[in-house]
Design a protein around this ligand. Structure first.
Ligand SMILES: NC(=O)c1ccc[n+]([C@@H]2O[C@H](COP(=O)([O-])OP(=O)(O)OC[C@H]3O[C@@H](n4cnc5c(N)ncnc54)[C@H](O)[C@@H]3O)[C@@H](O)[C@H]2O)c1
Length: 251
């Protein structure tokens, strides 16, 4: 896979920590030039510096993906550096679970803006900066919650459901323009953003009940993203790839 991905320019949002950082590091290890976007400036600089220390290529951009102008500015600067953008990984999200009656308008607006608007902007910016002859790839970070009911996750789950819909719609709409659109649905990875959502006992319970009998690891997800961006996946379009140890399948 190394040679196949080498030389691509890929923007990864929310890559300052957690799954996004792991994706950025894995892609960089395969020779991809990575644009690391995060709302947290220290975090995105940290990821880019770690990649460069490891011998890879990365540029850091502090931006809020919900803010189209800020996201577009970051994408333009990355494209100016690399000549084009080959793929965007829409990973940034605010992870928040709460009972439906506690959902405030401010939180609802913010989560929809990051998860849904940010992903629509990501698709538009890929189209703006990709090489039309080469085409491009878009990956949306979905979740098994898009398909199963999880109490207290209404807003988070509806964002992920929307991303599954966006993935299928854009796969159909953009396929003729050589853009493949897929989603990865990771399951239960104790990232910095996720650990606070579940108490340790819940993670222990999941580790016992997930069909593969362990929690997800950041690398599991990063490998799936690298595969979907590689030429090995050149006929895969509109797929929701579950990287969840069988959570979604088991129901
Ligand atoms: N961890 C899991 O178990 C799990 C499972 C399924 C799906 N996911 C999805 O994977 C993605 C990454 O999750 P994670 O667990 O690594 O979360 P995380 O909170 O650890 O990391 C999210 C990153 O996104 C950044 N971010 C948040 N809002 C942003 C914005 N407006 N603009 C730019 N950057 C922003 C944060 O600063 C942070 O660095 C999310 O889309 C999440 O929904 C995670």
């Amino acid at each position: 896979m190394t040679r196949e991905l080498s030389g691509q320019a890929v923007l990864v949002t929310g890559a300052g920590r957690g799954l996004g950082r792991s994706v950025a590091e894995r892609l960089a290890s395969l020779g991809v030039a990575v644009g690391v976007i995060d709302i947290d400036s220290g975090a995105c600089r940290g990821t880019a510096e770690a990649i460069r220390r490891a011998g890879g290529t990365a540029l850091a951009y502090e931006a809020d993906v919900a803010d189209r102008a800020a996201f577009a500015d970051a994408a333009s600067r990355f494209a100016a550096e690399r000549g084009r953008i080959d793929a965007v990984v829409n990973n940034a999200m605010l992870l928040k679970y709460e009972p439906i009656e506690r959902v405030t308008e401010a939180v609802l607006d913010r989560m929809l803006a990051i998860g849904i608007k940010g992903s629509v902007w990501g698709a538009q910016l890929l189209l703006e900066h990709m090489d039309a002859e080469r085409g491009g790839a878009l990956i949306n970070m979905a979740s098994p919650v898009a398909e199963r009911g999880y109490p207290n996750t209404a807003v988070y789950s509806l964002v992920k459901g929307a991303l599954v819909t966006l993935t299928r719609t854009l796969a159909a709409e953009l396929g003729p323009r050589r853009v493949r659109v897929n989603a990865v649905a990771p399951g239960s990875v104790p990232t910095p953003g996720a650990v606070g959502l579940n108490d340790p006992a819940e993670y222990e319970r999941r580790a016992r009940t997930i069909p593969l009998r362990r929690l997800g690891r950041e690398e599991d997800n990063a490998e799936a993203v690298a595969f979907l961006l590689s030429p090995a996946a050149s006929f895969i379009n509109g797929e929701i790839l579950h990287v969840d140890g069988g959570i979604a399948a088991a129901g």
